[in-house]
Ligand binder design. Structure first.
Ligand code: NAD
Length: 508
């Protein structure tokens, strides 16, 4: 049955693949599809069967200049558009995304290797992001009323200007909506530089925006290589802020690149997130969450729980159960709706992920399951879902972000030990705690050095809540009003309400 559904999905995808193979994937600048200024392109392959999807325009500094000029020109009108009009437009965009959700999911799945079962939800979440920020658009400018004895202070918010948005390849469509929707709701214009390994849905996204009625120049997409197009974007004078999602070391580069133009930056970076399971937890639910939060989305997920911290008293049984689940994970073609784990995004990324199979052994851990690369009929950048046991907190597999379907298990005796292991990494994005002791849940939520804690829950998202990391996992928060704080300037206005005394200088 699922083989038939796979064939059906491939059939549905065919016209889009034909289009990509004939027409290169272009930039979209000032309402028009354009190639690179020097005609350069790079090839984009599917990680599933290594087939060429198509050629992609390779953005130059000149392309970025043109896109930033377009965003700066469009800012004048877009920034003053009444919030209600922005709201209606963003809802129209959400409608259009929903209408195209199936295609977006199929294309994204083929381009990235992410299983369709997760990508179809990601496309719908993209629409939800637009709806959520659409409804906030009319209030985006609102500030505070801050009366003092002889003065009235009030604050108001104004869009910061054209912004640069740089996104990664792991769930590219959804992540781009998560950044672009609040920027538009705030009144900013955008230059988007999507990841070079996942250009397809970025091209579809910007076309949907314009077909839904977004004026030319409000969102511009420049495809290309991070160190060229991305770098030029972060250095551009017209760009007032850069929202970046990607690796921690790229974040650090971007901070340096943006220093001369004093860029405001917002970073969502890497993670090495712990899921801590105590003996008093609902172990069945904890097991579901542990397996889901690392083996879904191919483990290529910033909030994946890539370290399982398990209390010693229950470790043997719990690990056996994890092993049993991992052994039967359905690895296969991502467009097959039954597939749970697909191929990794790129050959280079597979090299990185699989290098940890040896590192684990060298450091003295056990490869309890998996630990090999694999393929589908001889092709594709697959790895086996992998479980490392007998690991200690100091090992590289316990400290470094692997970003694949690979889980490292570390055992602990006491709560305090769990906290210190959890915090003993450079990252600080998310933490998951499973316990039936509510006091302990609250204590850990306080003590974990992370931006987000889920207690007895998998990664449940609430769009108004702050999203982001501490330490090497990020700078700033997204979500609800937090996003507006980034995309807007807060201005204070102070008005005297009486003739208060003004110091007199130069008057004897
Ligand atoms: P990456 O840092 O290699 O690339 C991300 C983007 O930055 C790409 O568009 C790339 O072209 C661009 N880029 C690269 N060098 C640049 C430079 N010098 N200047 C400007 N732009 C540059 O990240 P990736 O490999 O695409 O994505 C995986 C990483 O993203 C993981 O570390 C993951 O944890 C992280 N991530 C974090 C979150 C979060 O919310 N914290 C969400 C998703 C992914």
């Amino acid at each position: 049955m699922s083989e038939e559904l796979l064939a059906e999905n491939l059939q549905k995808l065919r016209p889009f693949l034909e289009e990509f193979s004939v027409e290169p994937i272009q930039h979209f600048i000032n309402g028009r599809s354009v190639g690179a200024s020097d005609g350069e392109r790079f090839a984009n392959y599917s990680p599933i069967d290594e087939s060429l999807i198509g050629e992609v325009a390779s953005g130059t500094r000149e392309d970025i200049d043109t896109a930033c000029d377009a965003a700066a020109a469009a800012f004048e009108d877009w920034a003053v558009l009444p919030g209600k009009q922005r709201r209606d437009l963003l809802h129209a965009i959400a409608d259009a995304i929903e209408a195209n959700a199936e295609t977006i999911a199929l294309v994204e799945s083929f381009d990235t290797g992410q299983p369709l079962r997760f990508m179809s939800k990601a496309a719908i979440r993209g629409a939800e992001n637009y709806r959520f920020f659409a409804d906030m658009a009319p209030q985006a400018r609102d500030g505070l009323s801050l009366p003092a004895q002889h003065h009235m202070n009030y604050s108001l918010r104004q869009p910061i200007g054209p912004v640069g948005i740089i996104t990664p390849w792991n769930t590219p469509f959804m992540l781009a909506t998560w950044k672009i929707a609040p920027a538009l709701a705030a009144g900013c214009t955008v230059v988007h530089k999507p990841a070079e390994w996942s250009p397809c849905t970025a091209a579809m996204h910007v076309k949907i925006l314009h077909d839904a009625g977004l004026p030319a120049g409000v969102v511009n997409t420049v495809q290309g290589i991070g160190e060229v197009a991305g770098k030029a974007l972060t250095e551009h004078e017209a760009i007032k802020a850069v929202a970046f999602v990607g690796e921690s070391r790229t974040g650090s580069e971007i901070m340096k690149q943006g220093a001369d133009t004093l860029k405001r930056v917002h970073f969502e970076l890497g993670g090495k997130n712990p899921v801590i399971v105590f003996e008093d937890a609902d172990l069945e639910r904890a097991l579901d969450a542990v397996v889901f939060m690392i083996y879904s989305l191919n483990g290529e997920r910033c909030t994946s729980s890539s370290r399982l911290l398990i209390q010693k008293s229950i470790a043997t049984d719990f690990i056996d159960q994890v092993k049993a689940r991992v052994a039967v994970l359905n690895v296969g073609h991502p467009l097959n709706p039954g597939t749970e784990v697909g191929p990794l995004i790129h050959e280079k990324h597979r090299e990185k992920v699989s290098s940890y199979f040896e590192i684990a052994k060298e450091d003295g851990a056990t490869v309890a399951i998996g630990g090999n690369t694999s393929n589908l009929e001889g092709k594709g950048f697959f790895v086996e879902p992998t479980l490392f046991t007998n690991a200690s907190a100091s090992m590289r597999i316990a400290k470094e972000e692997i970003f694949g379907p690979v889980l490292t298990v570390i055992e602990f005796e006491e709560e305090s030990e769990a906290v210190s292991i959890a915090n003993d990494v450079d990252y600080g994005l998310a933490g998951y705690v499973w316990t039936s002791d509510s006091g302990r849940g609250i204590r850990l939520a306080r003590d974990l050095e992370v931006g987000m804690v889920w207690v007895n829950s998998e990664n449940n998202r609430h769009l108004a809540s702050p999203f982001g990391g501490m330490k090497a996992s990020g700078v700033g928060r997204d979500g609800g009003d937090y996003s507006f704080d980034f995309y807007m300037e807060t201005k204070n206005v102070c008005i005297a309400t009486n003739d208060h005394s003004v110091p007199k200088l130069g008057k004897n």
